[in-house]
Design a protein around this ligand. Structure first.
Ligand code: SF4
Ligand code: SF4
Length: 168
């Protein structure tokens, strides 16, 4: 009899208390995102996948100078130059091995033409190793970038003031 009364007490007093906790959280703003329908906006200085930019008239900025490859600590960039129809130097082949890349952004910092750019995208996982070799065609933007107007300002500030040495 004592056990039955105890169980009855739980139903009468403790169960409503549990529902109060549930109800309290029911109307709170969720802390999770409905991924992949909704994606988390990344920090402005986040370094994701690489892009090769164009000038406003559509011509490629990259002149295949090789400075990005020289600056790359992971030796992830390979390129071959060619001459365009109007006699300008450009990249015939430009590849980045994303399996080697450490997304340090040194290629972006080294580029005198502001041609290479690490964007905000982070969804490029795959099952095949070959698909992590990104080609010039995959990285070349179809039109001049307009999605993050502040990125260019951040890049200029980094170039002028350098990266803060937090050990000092
Ligand atoms: S991306 Fe920039 S640094 Fe790299 S080869 Fe092209 S112009 Fe030179
Ligand atoms: S982000 Fe760093 S590691 Fe990756 S390609 Fe550029 S320089 Fe190399």
């Amino acid at each position: 009899m004592k056990e039955i009364l105890k169980a009855f007490g739980h139903v009468i007093f403790k169960m409503p208390l549990g529902f109060v906790v549930t109800l309290k959280h029911l109307f709170k703003k969720p802390v999770t995102l409905d991924y992949p329908a909704r994606k988390k906006p990344m920090a402005p200085r986040y370094r994701g996948r690489h892009y090769l930019e164009r000038y406003d008239d559509g011509t490629e900025r990259c002149v295949c100078c090789g400075l990005c490859a020289a600056a790359c600590p992971a030796d992830a960039i390979y390129m071959e130059p060619e001459q365009s129809e109007n006699g300008e130097r450009r990249a015939k082949m430009y590849e980045i091995n994303l399996l080697r890349c450490i997304f340090c952004g040194f290629c972006e910092e080294a580029c005198p033409e502001e041609a290479i750019f690490l964007g905000q995208d982070y969804e490029f996982s795959d099952y095949q190793r070959d698909s992590f070799i990104w080609t010039r065609e995959q990285m070349l933007v179809p039109h001049p970038r307009q999605d993050n107007p502040f990125k260019r300002i951040y890049r200029r500030v980094r170039r002028v003031y350098g990266v803060t040495d937090k050990t000092k």
